[in-house]
Design a protein around this ligand. Structure first.
Ligand code: MG
Length: 381
């Protein structure tokens, strides 16, 4: 178990749950960073007495600085720099990367360079730069332990069996609009899209779960985390969200991890690994379940998943373009400037318009990310 961890994105859904796990297990939190929820940041400063705190939003950063003036806490600069300082904060053993989107990329690399364990909750980092991030982690000997529930399940199921993997079975509930036609989803509102039937999550990932883009991002995340080829990963729709994912081994054995849908469990495991500590989640009562169901995904009705699987096969900068265009499109959808069905159309158009790079450098990935966001802004905002 780690004794101390930094939390990036400490006021978001995963950040708050990570803070609760740290409090319960007595894990020290020497640095926290978030975007603009100053009220909660101040509360977390009281709870954890960190040495460092930062807010990315310039206005929130000023407010934070005023509130903490003379209190003996270092307040970092706004923007990416504030996150990067937190990521490499001296003396921490681990960094929980719980920011949403590509903004997590550089801070994650900084934490790897500093030799920290990465409790990875920011899947966009691996989606856009998985090859670079995983290579860097190998070179620096940094451990990457997934927080995403599916990847935690795969990680746990594969423990000690890496060489025996035949296939990854990546499960997903199918989201709130499973089985809906394109005509039916045309009028979906942000309020409907963020209400996930099983999991309580932030707005961006909830929309991604509804469009199934989240499963597509997870498909690419799994390829990088477990060195798997696209053909070695099968997506299964599993509406009950009890089997969090599974692995099929070379002899045909299937090993799965099950539990109630509660992110506290994978968060805790990323911090206690390779040990386990008593958890606070509700216990799973298999006899109370009406049944467990598994289906192949209907890719016709899940165009974002199909698009992401296609990008996974294309590789290069395609996943980065897709992920950035999706982030921008979901932002427009949440502010009611883009229809639900246009999320797919706009991401697909961005992929068609931005030049393909087979082996992008980090700078080229960041450039592709900017181009994709610009494309969405110019054509859809
Ligand atoms: Mg997940």
């Amino acid at each position: 178990m780690v004794n101390s961890t930094v939390i990036l994105g400490s006021t978001g859904s995963i950040g708050r749950q990570s803070a609760a796990v740290c409090r319960r297990l007595g894990i020290r939190v020497p640095a926290i960073a978030a975007n603009r929820n100053v009220g909660l940041l101040l509360k977390q400063v009281e709870d954890f007495a960190p040495e460092y705190v930062s807010a990315s939003d310039p206005g929130a950063n000023r407010e934070l600085r005023e509130a903490l003036s003379g209190k003996g806490v270092t307040v970092g600069p706004p923007g990416e720099e504030g996150l990067r300082i937190a990521a490499a904060w001296p003396g921490a053993e681990c960094v929980v990367t719980a920011v949403s989107g590509a903004v997590g990329l550089r801070p994650t690399l900084d934490a790897i360079d500093a030799g920290r364990r990465i409790a990875l909750a920011n899947k966009e980092t691996l989606v856009c730069a998985g090859a670079i991030v995983m290579r860097r982690a190998r070179e620096r000997g940094a451990e990457i332990v997934p927080v995403d529930s599916e990847h935690s399940a795969i990680f746990q199921s594969l423990s000690g069996r890496r060489g025996e993997l035949r296939r990854i079975l990546l499960t997903g509930s199918g989201g709130p609009f499973r089985g809906w036609s394109r005509e039916q989803t045309a009028s979906v509102t942000p309020e409907q899209a963020v209400r996930h039937p099983n999991w309580s999550m932030g707005a961006k990932i909830s929309v991604d779960s509804a469009t199934m883009m989240n499963k597509g991002l997870e498909f690419i995340e799994a390829m990088h985390l477990f060195s798997a080829a696209p053909d070695d990963i099968e997506v299964l729709i599993h509406p009950e969200s009890v089997v969090h994912s599974a692995v099929e081994l070379v002899d045909g054995s299937v090993i799965a991890q099950l539990g109630v849908p509660d992110m506290a469990l994978p968060i805790q495991y990323a911090l206690t690994w390779p040990e386990r500590r008593p958890g606070a989640s509700e216990r799973l009562d298999l006899t109370a379940l009406a049944g467990l169901h598994f289906m192949k995904p209907d890719l016709e009705k899940m165009p974002c998943l199909a698009l992401a699987m296609d990008c996974a096969r294309r590789g290069g900068n395609a996943p980065a373009v897709m992920s950035a265009a999706n982030e921008a499109a979901v932002g427009l959808f949440l502010s009611r400037r883009l229809g639900y069905n246009e999320i797919y159309g706009s991401v697909s158009a961005a992929l068609g318009s931005i030049g393909f790079i087979a082996e992008p450098s980090l700078d080229e990935i960041i450039e592709s990310d900017h181009e994709a966001r610009e494309f969405i802004k110019e054509n859809y905002a």
